[in-house]
Write a protein of this length. Structure first.
Length: 164
């Protein structure tokens, strides 16, 4: 018996490799990329040399949170920034897998259905998100958000949240 997958391994690998390539082209800090299918299961992940050991968990939390809430992790941050009690409740409900900062992006099929999500951690959250969007687009999918934060180039780890 064969099961139909929402996001095949071959597509997830293209997303991961293109996201990492985007980070290298911009000379970003080492990145970790995680791709989940629509059921929240890991399809592919890679960590570049020099990426910290918590980066996988942060990247997965960004992807998981966006998939779980049905919107990008940037939109989650923007909508819930003034609701810390609700953010804490979401973190508890997800067994700590919920990371509400940019870098979690939904992968959409041709009909606009969510078929998975990508989470990246390693540089500023906005730069992580940029790489996720580039990876998804390069693999031939649409995404939410459709465009990176317009100020992504101006962000850096020195002036961004340290939990990116």
């Amino acid at each position: 018996m064969r099961l139909k997958t929402t996001l095949p391994l071959s597509a997830a690998e293209k997303i991961v490799d293109a996201a990492l390539q985007a980070g290298r082209a911009e000379d970003f800090h080492p990145l970790t990329v995680v791709v989940l299918n629509a059921g929240g299961h890991l399809v592919a992940a890679k960590s570049e040399d020099g990426s910290g050991i918590l980066r996988f968990d942060v990247a997965r939390g960004k992807a998981w949170g966006s998939l779980g809430m049905g919107v990008s992790s940037r939109l989650i941050r923007d909508r819930l920034g003034q609701r810390p009690v609700f953010q804490n409740a979401l973190a508890a409900a997800s067994d700590g897998k919920f990371i509400p900062v940019p870098g979690g992006v939904l992968v959409l099929d041709d009909e606009g259905n969510t078929i998975g999500s990508v989470g990246i951690s390693g540089d500023s959250s906005e730069k992580d998100e940029f790489c996720a969007i580039q990876g998804i687009r390069t693999a031939g999918f649409a995404c939410e958000p459709s465009d990176p934060d317009p100020d992504w180039r101006r962000t850096s780890l020195s002036d961004a949240d340290t939990d990116n």
